[in-house]
Write a protein that binds this ligand. Sequence first.
Ligand SMILES: [Ca+2]
Ligand SMILES: [Ca+2]
Length: 262
Amino acid sequence: MKTNSGTTALVASLAFLSIGRASAHIGYGGRDFGSYLGTPQSNPASISITNISSDFGWAAATDANFGDSHRTRAFRFNLASPGTVILTVQGGPGLLPGVSLYGGLGHLAPVQGSHDAAALSQQYLAGLSGPTKMGALNALDDWAIGNDPTYTIPDDPLSGVLYAASLRYFDYIGNVADGTSTNYGSASGINGDGNADGFITATFNLPAGDYSFFLGGANLASESPGPTWTNYGATVSLTVIPEPSCAALAALSCALLFRRKR
Ligand SMILES: [Ca+2]
Ligand SMILES: [Ca+2]
């Protein structure tokens, strides 16, 4: 990420004041697919949600002023070993889904959750080049987001800091969006599926690790009329296929060699 120290924290603070709201921080409650390719395994086949709080939140995060993470919902999963992940989303009525996948996780308990308006988030975003950011979410590149300190006595800064505020980093892997640029806009790097039917799917070959994906609406035109908080639903499914191990590949090549010799 390029930085520009000429952008002032004050500008960012004012921008965040203008979009201030009381809303949830980034979390994975009810949206955790668990760990795959280890033992034991008990992963949900699919997860349905009803609280994607706009139909444009993903597309709004594809431009230079980023987007408000509150307008999307975060999911997580873990791979205990390398594998191929097939992600599908069926949007509910009115939702053209868009998804971006990242390595890494937001802040987890017991520390405070990540959120766009945290002082650390604002400080970080103010140091980036380009226009004043509308939020921390970058649907097409790496991004970072901060949290608030945890005080020894909740909400009492004078009681001392139990856990200091920090930044968490999301390492961009890829995206998929429903429809065409008519739906999600003209940002370069969007993988539209060409058919705005509410359904998207994407396949990723991934090393072992922790992953987050952010699901939101891909209907960019809805951003302009102004903020409304209509909720949209979606059903998300993951299929994980293990990468063949070296031992398995060696055994296969031996078997083929043996058959050829016979
Ligand atoms: Ca934006
Ligand atoms: Ca589609």
